[in-house]
Write a protein that binds this ligand. Structure first.
Ligand SMILES: Nc1nc2c(c(=O)[nH]1)N[C@H]1C(S)=C(S)[C@@H](COP(=O)(O)O)O[C@H]1N2
Ligand SMILES: [Mo]
Length: 314
């Protein structure tokens, strides 16, 4: 089809929705302007071949009631604009205004390390291959604020099963992008051990609550929320839920994380939400509910104790 001129923006959508009459009229119009017969009209229109790139509608995804208690959601604006994303800026209210240069499409994601079937795949392609679902989770930042949001994604376990980790794989390491030309925070914070990295034990990564997230509030993730793809681990402090991932590696040893490298005492590897253990600089007993004046009690494992406490026998 090398003789096709670049298609106008309406090409695919019109092909899909045009009723027969209009389709005929369009043919007449094309004849009038001399396009039919000039070899410039695409084959699909003539032969009824499906256009190749018909994107599947991914959002909103069906809500999974088993993972979605009936909780009042945090308003979308505070939940998506009060953003911890240090690659852009340490000030949460600046982040959403600084994401303009951040390129999230295409987005090559590499999965490797100790696994039998390493995988390189574009984030969008991965999202359309998986069955996306919506889940309403609580989310608790170590800074003592929290929110309840509908995430769209799929269990990380489904991705792990695809790449077949080796027996020696004990941890999963996640790595975010490292692009100082696309995000000003890298240069503002040159002493940080970039790129942002995080990690989970294998059993934590395989837990059914641990999600690969590509959307929020029924839409693709906005850039400041970690587009195009992030992790969400709802029973751990927010910094474990690493955004805008470019690599996933299976390792034998516990990986170093950015926050742990900066201060292991304040941000240890495990970091399960625990109201009984204060952060060295503040209490973790309660939390401010984002977008409101409410202060609520913090729950052990952020309310997910029934599902995850067994991972941490004492
Ligand atoms: N790459 C990257 N991921 C990150 C962060 C970050 O600075 N960079 N901040 C973490 C912190 S501290 C929190 S609280 C959550 C915030 O996610 P949200 O913007 O969806 O609220 O992202 C986490 N993931
Ligand atoms: Mo956080």
């Amino acid at each position: 089809m090398a003789n096709i001129v670049s298609r106008p923006a309406w090409w695919v959508s019109e092909k899909l929705i045009t009723p027969e009459k209009q389709y005929q009229r369009r043919r007449e119009f094309l004849k009038d302007v001399g396009l039919v017969g000039a070899g410039i009209v695409a084959t699909p229109l003539l032969a009824g071949v499906q256009p190749k790139a018909t994107p599947k509608k991914l959002y909103p995804a069906k809500r999974n009631p088993d993972f979605s208690p009936v909780w009042k959601l945090t308003d979308e604006i505070p939940a998506t604009t009060y953003s911890n994303f240090y690659e852009f800026h340490p000030r949460k209210d600046y982040v959403a205004r600084l994401v303009g240069k951040f390129i999230t499409e295409p987005w090559p994601l590499q999965i490797g390390g100790l696994c039998d079937k390493p995988l390189n795949i574009d984030a969008m392609e991965l999202a359309s291959e998986m069955t996306l679902e919506e889940r309403v989770y609580r989310f608790r930042c170590v800074e003592a604020w929290s929110m309840v949001v509908p995430w769209t994604g799929f269990p990380l376990k489904q991705l792990i099963d695809k790449v077949q980790p080796k027996a020696g794989a004990k941890f999963v390491k996640f790595t975010s992008f490292n692009r100082p030309d696309q995000a000003p925070g890298f240069k503002l914070l040159p002493e940080y051990p970039w790129p942002y990295t995080e990690g989970l034990r294998m059993d934590e990564a395989l837990h059914p609550l641990t999600m690969v997230v590509t959307g929020i509030y029924g839409k693709p993730l906005p850039k400041q929320s970690g587009a195009p793809l992030r992790i969400v681990v709802p029973w751990k402090y927010g910094y474990k839920s690493i955004k805008s991932i470019v690599r996933i590696d299976f390792t034998a040893d516990q990986p170093k994380t950015l926050w742990q490298t900066l201060s292991a005492v304040e941000y240890p590897f495990e970091s399960n939400v625990n109201p009984a253990i204060p952060h060295p600089r503040w209490s973790q007993a309660s939390e401010r509910f984002l977008g409101t004046d409410l202060v609520i009690k913090t729950l052990p494992f952020n309310g997910y104790g029934e599902q995850v406490a067994k991972l941490y026998p004492r």
